[in-house]
Design a binder for this molecule. Structure first.
Ligand code: SF4
Length: 700
């Protein structure tokens, strides 16, 4: 016998799918321990009955024999993987003891709780900040994912809303710019496919390589990485030149349209061709298609923003619908993420009433620099001597991972990792705590890629002694004397109170309704009531200095900004470390079905590059730069420019020959002006493994 339970996908994906989960209860013992099929909710107008394959196979992850089920204490050298089981009381006593001792010896800022989006549930993900704020631990600047896109979007638009993504179904042209939804948010394709079938809409994909989404597009535009701003400028040049601009719209809704025509005059397709590597005719054709289609919807991804000039590129692309007035039309405009529509009050969840803004804040993408004692990162504060890590795997996921690993190996650093599997970060810990998965605890969720608020109730018992993040906060708070109402409430009580404080119905009402659609009105979503800046105008001329401290040299109008890690004679390739279809960062790298479908760590090489290197499909190459080296197998692929190499990942380091993963190559240099990881902005050399075989890997 089985029942169907409602839930929500918690993974770091804009789709936040409404799920229907088969709960198996053959013994009729009430709350069961196993799940069967996982499907998308048909009744949810964004999920529309579709989930990605990796979540459809969730049984193999939640019931994986490799789940951590007992607290562990390190017994061998750091990173050796030698642990023994201990009880929860001893584990929490040790963690609390280490935090208390660190605070006594070095001050509270020497403790750095560290987390990210392994779950997007707001109570289980963000509750770590309540512990942080109550106890005065160092703060975390969240830069590893959205920071570059966020800054670029804010520069022009000014707030995190946009045309309803379901409107893609009534567009005549969808431009998927720097995103690959077939692999990373499949539901977007449902709405795009409707537009193509019902309206004959065109799909254009802008991406430096032929992703699975680009492969099904009507047009794939593949610029060199980091040159999207030049492409957007040339498109606006064509719009001005050929009379496709909407001057009434610009006069009413934008800041300085009178400066644009002269600015773009020198930035035509020939200019952009030299920067992007795209044929001039292709830029012309794309520009005219876009300019001439009123219902043109740009769905902005994250990929093209993950470079040193990422915010500038994002801003330039958001200028396209402003120049051409497409925000006016149903099925037109541009969308990146919904965040402002939920107006969440997170005081209870995060203990914001206890936040001291004078407390040190450190950049999570610079964790390697922080842990290896970089004074600029540490500010005036002490080195970090104790960490609690939840919902992320920084030893592999953070940039410059060799440096990150060196930091974690410090003998004077105590690390507790609360995890579902023995990740490479967990292997470096002193204490490992077993964590629940989303079907084993309560939480609530808002979606970045659509507009629904959902509550996910615990549906099955966790294996062994797994505990939720919330339970860990409660256990540590009790031992450390941290007092806050959030520590004495159940997770569902926090869900309920946070929803009500934000002006939404409580948890039971949301559960009964299954979701709340928080999409704003057409006028607000299309910015017809004004953009987010004072005066309500879109900004062609961003105030970069107001957005971050490192704005020197940033362009005053939409432009190409040559600030990337460009190719040199000794590093003649540009690496893009793109997301793999069957993984989500390192989540699902333990799932047999995902591993089988991904195969092995692979780099895509253009046929001309493969030929020049003398390597064929299946051969092995070593990629490297001053930060490290990494070995991958070759797949020769069309659909990108020579000199561009693509590694879909994130495979654990242990899956690479030599044990070093792709982020050994990526830089932790922050993007201007406000920081942000630059994962797709990396110059490397490539050598056939035979030629490079004598070189040591640069891990230690
Ligand atoms: S598409 Fe995204 S939100 Fe939907 S099930 Fe897959 S990972 Fe989860």
């Amino acid at each position: 016998m089985s029942t169907i339970g409602s839930s929500v996908c918690p993974h770091d994906c804009p789709s936040t799918c409404a799920l229907e989960v088969e709960v198996l209860d053959p013994g009729g013992r009430g709350r069961a321990g196993r799940i069967g099929a996982v499907r998308g909710a048909v009744a949810n107008s964004y999920t529309a009955g579709v989930v990605c394959a990796k979540v459809a196979r969730y049984g193999e992850r939640i019931h994986h024999p490799g789940r951590l089920t007992r607290p562990l204490l390190r017994t061998g050298p750091k990173g050796s993987g030698q642990f023994r089981e201990i009880g929860w009381d001893e584990a929490l006593d040790r963690v609390a003891g280490a935090f208390a001792e660190t605070t006594a010896r070095h001050g509270a800022e020497a403790v750095w709780p560290y987390y990210y989006a392994g779950t997007m549930g707001l109570v289980q993900r963000d509750g770590i900040n309540r512990l942080r704020h109550v106890l005065g631990y160092s703060r975390q600047k969240k830069t590893i994912c959205t920071a570059t896109a966020e800054t670029g979007w804010l520069a022009g638009v000014g707030r995190f809303t946009g045309p309803d993504p379901r409107e893609m179904a009534c567009s005549d042209l969808v431009v998927m710019w720097g995103g690959n939804p077939v692999s990373t948010q499949v539901n977007a394709m449902v709405h795009i496919t409707r537009a193509r079938k019902e309206r004959g809409a065109k799909l254009v994909v802008v991406d430096p390589y032929r992703t699975p989404t680009a492969a099904v597009a009507d047009l794939h535009v593949a610029p060199r990485p980091g040159t999207d701003g030049a492409l957007a400028c040339a498109m606006m040049h064509v719009a001005f030149r050929d009379g496709f601009t909407d001057r009434d719209y610009m006069a009413r809704y934008t800041d300085c349209p009178e400066r644009l025509e002269a600015h773009f005059a020198a930035r035509g397709p020939a200019w952009a061709s030299g920067i992007t590597g795209l044929p001039e005719a292709e830029i012309e054709a794309f520009a005219r298609l876009y300019a001439a289609t009123p219902r043109a919807y740009i769905r902005l991804g994250y990929g093209f923003t993950r470079g040193r000039n990422g915010p500038v590129n994002m801003h330039a692309v958001t200028c396209l619908p402003a120049v051409t007035g497409k925000w006016r039309h149903e099925g037109g405009g541009a969308f990146w993420a919904n965040r402002s529509i939920y107006h969440l009050d997170k005081t209870l969840i995060e203990g914001l009433d206890r936040l001291d803004p004078a407390t040190r804040i450190m950049d999570m993408s610079r964790i390697g620099a922080v842990l290896t004692g970089d004074r600029a990162e540490l500010g005036d504060g002490p080195p970090v001597h104790a960490m609690l890590i939840q919902n992320t795997n920084p030893a592999v996921v953070a940039p410059d991972s060799n440096k990150v690993r060196r930091g974690f190996l410090r003998d004077d650093l105590f690390t507790c990792v609360h995890e579902q599997f023995m990740t490479e970060t967990a292997r470096l810990a002193d204490v490992v705590l077993p964590a629940t998965m989303f079907l084993e605890h309560d939480d609530f969720y808002v979606a970045g890629g659509h507009s629904h608020i959902q509550v996910g109730r615990k549906l099955v018992e966790p294996p062994g002694e797994c505990r939720s993040n919330h339970e860990v906060f409660q256990g540590l708070a009790a031992r450390l004397g941290a007092e806050h109402p959030g520590f004495t409430m159940t997770a569902m009580e926090v869900v309920d109170a946070a929803l009500r404080a934000s002006g939404w119905p409580g948890a039971e009402e949301v559960l009964a309704a299954r979701w709340i659609d928080a999409q704003g009105s057409f006028e607000d979503s299309h910015f017809l009531t004004g953009f987010g800046h004072a005066g309500g105008r879109f900004r062609f001329a961003p105030d970069w200095a107001a957005l971050g401290p490192s704005s020197a040299g940033m362009p005053g109008l939409p432009d190409h900004w040559a600030a990337t890690d460009e190719r040199t004679a000794d590093r003649p390739y540009r690496l893009v470390a793109a997301p793999a279809r069957q993984f989500l960062n390192t989540t699902f790298t333990e799932a047999p079905g995902s591993r089988r479908r991904e195969g092995r760590p692979t780099v895509l090489l253009h046929p001309a590059d493969a030929s020049a290197l003398g390597v064929a499909d299946g051969g092995r190459v070593r990629l490297g730069n001053a930060r490290g080296e990494c070995v991958l197998h070759v797949r020769v692929a069309e659909g990108m420019q020579p000199g561009v190499v693509i590694a879909e990942s994130i495979w654990p380091g242990s899956d690479h020959e030599g044990g070093i993963g792709i982020n050994a190559l990526t830089s932790d240099q922050p993007a201007a002006p406000a920081g942000g990881a630059v994962f797709h902005d990396t110059a490397v050399w490539v050598r056939t493994e035979a030629a490079a075989g004598s070189l040591p890997l640069a891990a230690e």
